[in-house]
Ligand binder design. Structure first.
Ligand code: FMN
Length: 188
């Protein structure tokens, strides 16, 4: 089996990391994997914001995400559960990369998904773990949207698409199982 197929097969979502710093060289490799991803019409409209663990904006995003979700709930116990959740959205990954994209380009979300998977596979091939993160999108739905977009230096007319946390694994997780019989049709 080729190395690429092995990496695809072995990748899984990691939600516990060692706190070792990722060198700039490693971060650079991850970013290049994102930048080398194909984009529709080769638009290359994606932008990547790299945030190191411990940056205050991560805690602010986490708090806002929880508040936005809690505000949408009616049940007080459910609200309290969300607000008191012990984990943060990025599970203390030492690096979080936010991918943002042109609001008005119809393929932006697809392009961002491809780029983030390239980063996830690059991380796996470098012996790192990763977690693709969509849940933080809720933080961009509240009053602090503009503040977060400015702090993360999104270019004009860009919006959050997806994020990915990366770091050295402090846990192992088996890749997910799947059912090709259910998910695939061969058209004859
Ligand atoms: C678009 C997308 C968004 C995701 N968002 C989150 C998230 O916000 N939080 C989280 O813990 N996992 C998130 N995940 C990870 C999925 O839960 C995970 O990929 C899935 O359970 C399959 O597990 P595996 O990645 O280990 O194969 C996301 C995955 C994708 C593709």
């Amino acid at each position: 089996m080729s190395e690429v197929l092995d990496v695809i097969k072995e990748r899984s979502s990691i939600r516990k990391y060692r706190q070792d710093t990722l060198t700039e060289e490693i971060v650079d490799k991850l970013l290049h994997a994102g930048l080398q991803a194909p984009t529709a019409r080769n638009t290359q409209e994606l932008h990547f914001s790299v945030v190191r663990g411990g940056h205050p904006v991560l805690a602010e995003l986490d708090k806002e995400k929880k508040q936005v979700i809690a505000a949408s709930l009616e049940d007080q116990t459910e609200k309290d559960n969300i607000l008191n959740q012990p984990d943060n959205f990025y599970f203390d990954a030492p690096v979080v990369i936010f991918v943002d994209a042109d609001k008005d380009f119809g393929w932006s979300q697809v392009d961002a998904g491809i780029a983030v998977e390239n980063i996830a596979l690059a991380a796996q091939s470098l012996g790192l773990g990763s977690l693709i993160i969509g849940s933080v999108k809720r933080a961009f739905e509240g009053e602090k949207k503009a503040y977060f977009e400015t702090t993360l230096q999104f270019p004009e007319n860009h919006e959050f698409a997806i994020a990915i946390g990366v770091g050295y694994k402090d846990t192992e997780k088996e890749p997910h199982t799947y059912d090709p019989g259910k998910a695939v049709s061969f058209i004859k």
